[in-house]
Design a protein around this ligand. Structure first.
Ligand code: EPZ
Length: 438
């Protein structure tokens, strides 16, 4: 087991380069299944989740190799349509191969991802959308028509065969009008990918608007898809015959950027972020401004200047609202900010696991339903704490940067899923941080 040890109290300063976006890389890697060709992706972060997605693509018959920081994916020989449980359970984003496989091969058999630490995370919106596109969803080996269920058994697998409304099997999907009850990021991505090769026009209403959706649409259009409206409520896709391999560079990781912005603020530091896009962080920047933290865009670099910070309330919302993936990090900042901050999580049902760990460090936080009432304390102190999920791990790192003494964080494999070289990047900014093997 590996641990991270941080000796708190250092002001961070200097420049940090923000890596490519994990949540753009994963759907774009899955989208390469829509073509029989070679795609080269750059600005791809070296993360565990990217490695897992590469393994899923190889399981399906693709050739995937990292060379000089670029990811080369050859899907010429992809002919398998089963994404197995042992891979999907390690990373639920593997479920994003469903739409491309269904569109390209006419069927897909992907283990249902099951829940994870932050919530049950059903995929009913994905499955219902596939049915709208003319596919038949069946659980297990059969082809009986079932309504999408919130599966409790990740072992069950869903296989899809495209059928017309009168049940006649037909190659390919039919364009449809799809309405998402919730602007799900994954469902929007899966259905947008499936619709690129469907016959006719598809609209996705109440679509997710995250920058990663726009990046995926830009990538698909570069492959020859016809997508309009990505980043807005309604996405329109006109099906095409085929998509071609291409070269593409993905957007920077706005959540990694937000995490370093808070690292600068919480240590009263002076950090400059290189390679981040401030327009992807508007709600966070607005909230931090309200709390007394100035974020300036110095021709492409983001400079963080923290004055006297005051407590503010936050409610997570779908983009462009305050990102749920920044909730834990923001709570770490509020836990040592004078005043009371009410942090409400509206996206996931169990995304407060970092609270118990922050309490061990001396924070004063009470959970009331979907809100956490954070009363700022003078200081946090060292304690052995445990990472529970990706963004909770980041919150514990941020707390450790300012806690008195040495904070020891275990189960840091969560962290390696989404933060490229975080120990090295923070050390270069002056943090006293090390990774030890136990
Ligand atoms: C993506 O997850 C991100 N992951 C998450 O980032 C992020 O927190 C989330 O979007 C919200 O922004 C990737 O992009 C790989 P959703 P996703 O479908 O697609 C419910 C991180 O830390 N829902 O928008 O799974 C669901 O239960 C990760 O990088 C349904 O009910 O998120 C949740 O409550 C964590 N039925 C809400 O919608 C469905 O069919 C948002 O889920 C799908 C989702």
């Amino acid at each position: 087991m590996q641990k991270i040890i941080i000796t708190g109290g250092e002001r961070l300063k200097g420049r940090v380069r923000i890596s490519g976006s994990k949540n753009a890389a994963l759907p774009i890697m899955a989208a390469t299944l829509l073509t029989n060709g070679v795609t080269t992706l750059s600005n791809i972060p070296r993360l565990k989740d990217v490695t897992t997605m590469a393994r899923v693509l190889r399981t399906l018959g693709a050739k995937v190799e990292f060379k000089e920081g670029r990811l080369k994916i050859d899907t010429t020989n992809v002919d398998r349509f089963l994404a197995p449980y042992n891979l999907v359970k390690t990373m639920r984003a593997s479920f994003l191969v469903f739409g491309p496989l269904l569109a390209k091969l006419g069927r897909a058999r992907v283990s249902l991802p099951g829940g994870c630490a932050i919530g049950s995370r059903p995929v009913d919106l994905h499955l219902r959308g596939f049915e709208e596109l003319g596919a038949e969803v069946s659980m297990g080996g059969g082809y009986t028509q079932v309504t999408p269920v919130r599966s409790k058994t990740p072992e069950a697998s869903a296989s899809l065969v495209a059928r017309t409304s009168n049940g006649v099997k037909r190659d390919g999907l039919l364009g449809a009008e799809i309405y998402l009850d919730f602007p799900s990021v994954g469902a929007t991505e899966n259905l947008m990918m499936a619709a690129t090769l469907a016959k006719g026009k598809t609209t996705i209403e109440n679509a997710a608007k995250e920058p990663e959706i726009v990046d995926l649409a830009n990538f698909l259009n570069k492959m020859g898809a016809k997508i309009k409206g990505a980043g807005r409520d309604t996405i329109r896709i006109e099906g095409v015959k085929e998509l071609k391999g291409t070269d593409y560079s993905i957007i920077p990781d706005r959540i990694e950027a937000g995490t370093y912005i808070i690292a600068s603020a919480i240590t009263r530091g002076d950090i400059i972020l290189e390679g981040a896009k401030i327009n992807h962080l508007e709600s966070l920047v607005t909230k931090l401004h309200e709390a007394g933290i100035e974020i300036e865009d110095e021709n492409g670099a983001i400079k963080v200047k923290a004055g006297r910070i005051k407590a503010v309330n936050v409610k997570t919302m779908p983009y462009p609202g305050f990102p749920t993936d920044m909730q834990a990090q923001f709570m770490a900042l509020m836990s040592i900010t004078p005043g009371i901050s009410i942090i409400t999580e509206t996206i996931f049902e169990n995304r407060f696991m970092h609270v118990s760990e922050l309490l061990r460090m001396g924070a004063d936080i009470k959970i009331e339903g979907s809100s956490a009432v954070v009363k700022g304390v003078k200081s946090l102190s060292e304690a052995p704490v445990m990472a529970t999920d990706l963004r909770a791990s980041a919150a514990l790192i941020l707390a450790g940067l300012i806690a008195k003494g040495k904070t020891e964080i275990s189960r840091i494999y969560h962290l390696d899923r989404g933060y490229e070289r975080i120990v090295e990047k923070l050390s270069n900014l002056g943090a006293k941080i090390e990774r030890i093997k136990q």
